[in-house]
Design a protein around this ligand. Sequence first.
Ligand SMILES: [Zn+2]
Length: 301
Amino acid sequence: MNDDMKLVEIDCLCGARDFSVVYERPYPRVLTDVDFNATTDRFDAYGRIVRCRACGHVYTNPRPEPGLIEQGYAESEDPEYGQEAPSRAINAHLCLATIRGVVSSGRLLEVGCAAGYFLNAARTDFEVFGVEPSRWAAAEASRRFGVKVHAGTLAEAAFPDAHFDVAAMVDVIEHLADPAAVLAECRRVLRPGGLLYLVTPDIGSLSAKVLRGSWWGLRPAHLHYFSRKTLSAFLEKNGFETRLCRSYGRMFTLDYWSSRLKNYPALVRAFVEKSIGMLRVRDKFVYINTRDSIEVVARKA
Ligand SMILES: [Zn+2]
């Protein structure tokens, strides 16, 4: 344990403080802005991950103090994020295809919009707004796509009540220190019957169970690990009715996929790299549904 980093014990989302330790890899250093980048390859240490004995939710406990986390996101700069721009655009369209199945126009808010790829894709149908804690990413989104992004938190953006038709959080809820507070704010700014769209890693998935402590979803910046069951229950408790909950796949180039594998056990890595080499399509897009993320559409109840 690094003595310079203050860690705080926290209660489960359900309020209980009775847990068992699931995985533990102590932080070897003070976490910095690099650990909070989307493209970080620092998977090596994610602290102590526990499972609540009362409700089954899995979360990081103890966790770095809130000030350090907030500062980490605010200062995070991630120039590598743009290198997979075409893949990110395609992933955005996959998410939007699901959203359009339920609502096809209106105002769309993305919480944690990073450099704005999803917002840019959504502009064809929606009037879009973003919120992003990283000052660098918020500026990138404005510069690159000219979209309106508030640099800071959702609460600070102070949107009017019932302003949005859709609120989206793609790979965001697992990073939030207080996801209930953010859901409450999403609920406030959504119109009655408005739509919440979420994507998050699935701790209940087969690959999470097989890869255990080496699963890609376990990362220093992740504070909450939902399964389909715990996420649906959490949404319901916070005033959202789950309409769709399914496994989610991601589109990346094979080079990106293989680079993401560098912290995986050698056997898994060798298998994937061999498959990639055999296919001889390193620069092609491949839709790989590893079935270890959850895609959820919920309605404001
Ligand atoms: Zn609990």
